[in-house]
Ligand binder design. Sequence first.
Ligand code: ADP
Ligand code: XUL
Length: 524
Amino acid sequence: MPRSLFLGLDLSTQQLKAVIIDDSQTLIHTESVNFSREFTRFGTMDGVIRDLSFPSRIFTPVSLWLASLDLLLHRLSLHSHFSLNEIVAISGTAQQHGTVYWNGKEKTNLERLAEMSGMSLEEALKGSFSKEECPIWLDSSTTEFVDKFDSEIPNLNGITGSRAYHRFSGMQIAKIFKYEREIYDATSRISLISSLIPSILTGTVSPIDLSDACGMNLLDIQSLDWSPLCLSVALDTQEEGLISDLRCKLGRPVPSSTNLGVISGYFVSRFSFSPLCSIISFTGDNLSSLADLSLSEGDVLLSLGTSDTAIFCTSSFIPLKRGHVFIHPTNPHQFVTLICYKNGSLTRERIRERCRLSWDGVSDELKKTPIGNDGAIGIYFDMDEIEPRVRAGDYRWNEEGERVESFSPSRDMRAVLESQCLHLRSNCPREINRVILTGGASNNTDIRQMMSDVFGKEVFTAPVADSAAQGGAKRARYVYNSPDVPYSAYCTPNLTLVARPIPENVATYSQLLTIYQKREASLL
Ligand code: ADP
Ligand code: XUL
């Protein structure tokens, strides 16, 4: 009997990742393409380009994502323990909030893709975008529009699930409308990054996913359609023609469980996919991690990737002052609450590199300093932080509470890890029962133990740290098989206990939390 396999893709900030599972959720294969290491010709660092003359403007070239998809599928096609022909459904995910701008020529180019299977995706889709540089979630060049949305729509979080945030897509679209009008006018459709890959795979621009659309400041979370007020504020107009044109550019959003159709002939000819392979709507990366790890009441999911995010589930829609509410991608009776911190893995990496240590070396270095660093605190923000809104900088206080310029390497290394754990704990909006860790840094045993001690709770992880891609594979399996049971009963998480709180450390961190909060408050 031929196997049915399910492919999950995750177009994240630094990499494109793939996870393949079989019909009993057994992991068959993982693969990844690192953007900056493998495609130096695009000039990105950590997957992104920072505009030197305007450092808050951060983007990624869309061609880099196309080239990465080509390379990833090529690599997947070379293995002998599975064949791409066995994949019956693909779903996935991407970094949230970023936008892609098509220029009208995509209609013909995507339709004709099947005839261009000798060409790379980059070549075949060249000339399909009105903007090569896609603004991504790290961008914070939109202050003017954040202020405008916040002042003109006082109930914005009640309508969309979030107050105005720099990285949210509505801010980026408003900025392009005002400052790059010729690009805006040349744009036929606007995709979220999560709808880019399904558009290419199906050969037609895919609808935006409803859950990921909550990260735009444009969607009315109750009516599940674009909010006329938000569209009008984004364009600074009451003109019906312009508003309905933006509505057309965005298209009608669809639930994450939507089957978008079968794969384009291009992928059948080029990589030997089955022509019957179904493409299921992609969603945002944090939401997809949730689809892998299905939280229970009282769980917090901490995703330690490029960003650090804290994710909870709630049974009712309660707008927040800090953080966001999203439509749940797999449970219609729940909402997702998320707080995102910009300074996650890249900041940990910077301090590690400054101390000239490998991650194994970090472990030895941490043994040279006491838990709690004798009350010394270091707060490190490589970029302006989202929560709280604090300017980029390294802020250090010694055990006496005096500001100092530097720490010894071992104190610095402990300080960055401890303050990041305390930062996550400090903004945790409620009591929790257990911590589930995912993302690249969740592989680190010191970070696992520190999280357990700072939260005073047991810590669990899944065998695959790429939970966003795995969530894509699981959603593909669920939608494809359409079983008669809820998602959580069909796609059970496979969690392992990896750290237990150590009482004396919990006591130390509970005191340090108060000191941390005082230091952080002094930066506001
Ligand atoms: P994203 O999905 O945002 O691209 P990932 O979840 O793949 O990010 O995580 C990538 C990050 O994981 C890297 O930037 C790296 O710093 C971090 N990482 C990987 N292994 C470790 C480790 N053992 N300890 C700490 N951080 C790690
Ligand atoms: C979430 C957020 C980031 C990106 C990149 O709101 O901005 O977590 O999704 O992973």
